[in-house]
Design a protein around this ligand. Structure first.
Ligand code: HGY
Ligand code: MN
Ligand code: MN
Length: 411
């Protein structure tokens, strides 16, 4: 993938060395059930990022951190100081109680592509940069670092972020970042040669069809909303059932109503209520408030509009029928994104050179590549997820498949 004319060693990456680094990284935020929990700017996340820089420096690479906290290892082009930059990377943050491969595989593989090129004395006409983007998962915002680098992050985007304003302000403080400087991480697209990401599929298709490499053609768009349902608190023992305005019941109707709409009217889409909290949260109090985290996804922006209007109308109608107040706040909006067909072809050629089978497919998961695709040719290489499991401690990929993906990225 470095370019057909470039001299590079025909040798493949050192898969065993890469595994050692992958295992070392997985120790940061390791959970007893074999996963990792590295929410953005948690101690484990900050420690993993520190490890990444130290490992890069130990390998003789330059490093830097930008004002959005994106962490990079750099192998400069030998002969030109103004060479464009080919970015390779992913993210080291994880969902709470997540798996070891989501994001981390792409960052370790990117690091090893640079180390292999350095070791082979590759004479590249551009600079290679292995990058770990800040807050891909949206513990705080979502695609925070990649949007900042692409120059598409806006102050409005930060006013009501997915994780809440308070968590964002506290997180930036913990990481030593300043909100007003996030935007300075923007890179001039003219200085970028492109972006390539290796990632686990996080779904069942490659494994089911026994395909070794996924060539991602597009990435799903998604919209997230925070919904607050305000009923009437009451005594659990003395409030008659027909006199209740129970916020938890309203939340249950919202969850079932959203599911019914998506399954019936948008069968190729998904919607999730990933978090529901009722207040005050006691056995003997009829909940007065329910806070619901809703997100839905589609490959098509128009379909996202249609889902938004039908689902939000249903939620308002449910609330009104139950005499429940409702507040709906949009908190994230990731556009559906096509990836660069030129890069699809390059991934397919590189895989074929290595005797690996490929399949073109869209991604149902979001990725930093969808932020980078707004400003530079971007590609995404998938490797199979065992059982399609992801965002779960059981997330796993056969190491041979992981190394295949890294070797495709290297070529
Ligand atoms: O949510 C996603 O699709 C990704 O894992 N961030
Ligand atoms: Mn990911
Ligand atoms: Mn993820």
């Amino acid at each position: 993938m470095i370019g057909p004319s470039q001299a590079y060693s025909p040798n493949l990456l050192d898969g065993e060395r890469m595994r050692q680094d992958f295992e070392a990284l997985a120790r940061f935020g390791a959970t007893p059930d074999g996963g990792v929990s590295r929410p953005t700017f948690s101690d484990a996340h900050l420690a993993a990022r520190k490890w990444f820089l130290a490992r890069a420096e130990a390998g003789g690479l330059a490093t830097h951190v930008d004002t959005a906290g994106n962490h990079s290892a750099v192998l400069r082009a030998r002969h030109s100081s103004d060479a464009r930059v080919l970015l390779l990377g992913s993210h080291l943050d994880s969902v709470p109680g997540g798996g070891r491969y989501d994001g981390a595989l792409g960052v370790v593989a990117a690091l090893h592509v640079l180390l292999a090129c350095k070791g082979a004395g590759a004479d590249l006409p551009f600079t290679l940069e292995a990058i770990d983007f800040t807050d891909e998962e949206g513990t705080l915002v979502g695609l925070l670092g990649s949007k900042a680098l692409a120059g598409t992050l806006t102050p409005e985007f930060l006013q009501s972020p997915r994780g809440g304003r308070q968590a964002l302000v506290a997180g930036l403080e913990r990481a030593g970042l300043r909100e007003e400087r996030l935007f300075d991480a923007r890179r001039d697209p003219g200085l970028l040669a492109g972006y390539l990401e290796l990632h686990i599929e996080q779904g069942p298709r490659l494994e089911r069809e026994a395909v070794q490499i996924g060539v991602v053609t597009a990435i799903v768009g998604s919209r997230s909303f925070r919904i607050v349902l305000r009923g009437v608190r009451g005594h659990a023992g003395t409030t008659p059932m027909d006199a209740r305005h129970d916020a938890a019941v309203a939340a249950a109707k919202v969850i079932l109503g959203v599911r019914e709409i998506i399954v019936r009217d948008f069968p190729s889409c998904v919607a999730t209520v990933g978090d529901v909290r009722v207040e005050p949260g006691a056995f003997n109090v009829v909940p007065g408030v329910a806070r619901v985290a809703l997100e839905f996804r589609s490959q098509d922006e128009g379909e996202l509009d249609a889902i938004e209007s039908e689902v939000l109308a249903r939620i308002r109608a449910l609330a009104e029928a139950d005499g429940i107040g409702v507040e709906i706040s949009p908190v994230a909006h990731w556009q559906p994104t096509g990836l660069d067909p030129m890069i699809w072809g390059a991934i397919e050629r590189a895989a074929a050179d290595l005797g690996l089978t490929t399949k073109r497919l869209p991604s149902g998961a979001g990725h930093d590549a969808q932020a980078l695709a707004a400003v530079t040719p971007s590609g995404l290489i998938f490797v199979p997820s065992i059982g399609g499991v992801s965002h779960d401690p059981g997330e796993s990929t056969a190491w041979g498949d992981a190394v295949n993906g890294a070797n495709v990225a290297r070529r």
